[in-house]
Ligand binder design. Sequence first.
Ligand code: SAH
Length: 229
Amino acid sequence: MNARNPKNIPGIGMTSQRTRVRMVERLREKGIRDERVLAAMGAVPRHVFVEEALASRAYEDTALPIGFSQTISQPYVVARMIEALMAERPRKLGKVLEVGTGCGYQAAVLAQLAQEVYSIERIRGLLERARANLLGLKLSNLRLAHGDGNEGLAKAAPFDSIIVAAAAIEVPEGLLRQLAMGGRMILPLKSPSAGRDAQRLSLIERSARGFAETELDPVRFVPLEMGKE
Ligand code: SAH
């Protein structure tokens, strides 16, 4: 075990491989069908990404606090968003940008499935925490960056897939610009007309004819903020 990451990755009891297998079974029951996504969800030890005191709840299908007033996303929502990016054809994720690294969990799932993953986080303290969480997993195709995800990540653009883990009122222009032709982006959007807290997942596809948007499930994410800290 790495000295800087004393958490036990294999896990025992409530953090064991068996508990993770049960989480995957529940995802299947809730409607996740893509075997590639289910396998990736089964491969990443979620307990490594939450505080010791919450480790026994790591495989429940709920969001949990990760400090800095942020949360680790619900497993179903992580699986649902990635499945939507990969749906039909069957599509590969290619080069991915994740906005909102948080504790690094979803980035680790994406790294199982994509060629290359870039993940950007605006809170430096959280990014450092994510780096420590990810250390033991040795994911050589994952790069973390500190910055405002509204601007995307120009040095690595364009991206075949973009996934945003925080809710905006409208799709950030900078992200649309950095989406490759034939690329897909998924993000939660606030719909103020449907009530103060209402959010929906939106899937955006870029083709030669422009951008096409499809509305998916109602969700609940922390807000996409401006700037970095
Ligand atoms: N991907 C995480 C979820 C993190 S919650 C997981 O796997 O569980 C959403 C994250 O988005 C928070 O860490 C928050 O700080 C970050 N965030 C919010 N606005 C942002 C912005 N403009 N740029 C980058 N990160 C942002």
